[in-house]
Design a protein around this ligand. Sequence first.
Ligand code: SF4
Length: 319
Amino acid sequence: MSAVWVEDEAAEAAEAAAANRNKELKIERETHKLEKRLCRQMGQAIMDFNMIEEGDRVMVCMSGGKDSYGMLDILLKMQQRAPINFEIVAVNLDQKQPGFPDHILPEYLAKLGVEFHIETQDTYSIVKKNIPEGKTMCSLCSRLRRGILYNVARKLKCNKLALGHHRDDMLQTFFLNMFFGGKLKGMPPKLTSDNGEFVVIRPLAYVAEKDLIRWAAHRQFPIIPCSLCGSQTNLQRVQIGNMLRDWEKQYPGRAETMFTALQNVVPSHLMDHSKHDFKAIRPTGVEDENGDKAFDEEEFPAPALPSLSGLPSVQVVTL
Ligand code: SF4
């Protein structure tokens, strides 16, 4: 009797070990797929927008958040396999927010072996002094930060600034501009800085935030919380973020479709006179697939139908 019990226990333990191993293998496979996707998406964005060229010295702006850690991590992988030579300098601005753990980034970057620079400037006090209590400090804070980062880039002889905004930041910005600014305007993957001196790039442009969250957990980045300054969060951005997440939950794939739309602009079907010369429009005498279709509705691929499993069987009746 006891032998049977022992045998059962051993079999159970073997089964549990096998299940654990399968689980581990599945996680390994998923992580490998995630890494490949992150590299592919960053590589594609770099190529599509010619973000990085031979001889570039790229200043990678590190905030200590998951996105900038992910950007640096993947960019370093890309640097090893890139067909061109370029340099990376990681830069963090220590703005002297109370409680900022100023040892975390230097320790992490030194261990990584990447060239880095920590710029310490007490913008926190300036912002506190100039913004009344209870008002959001972010716009002055980011203006000061921008100026400092340009100075640092100049000092470090960098020609490009890489920022860690991802696909979802870009979509949020697009909707913020449309809902609150009355503009069809997103966040560019590559643009000249406002002082005309540098090129700003966003190598995570094609990367979804959920992938960066998973990557940060896998790599165990030492994340520094972003609420140290005690500033109020941008409520409009939070609202838009929630709206996009709800849409994605209800209609999976919608974020991807909207992101594709940002790359497929049809100025003749909008109303911006500076992008299309509406006044000069005349008949051409030539058929054009993109011409006006009068009352025809636009046609779109059918949305995915809910699964029919579980529904009572339906009898088809021919009338
Ligand atoms: S959250 Fe704080 S540190 Fe970040 S931009 Fe706003 S004021 Fe500056």
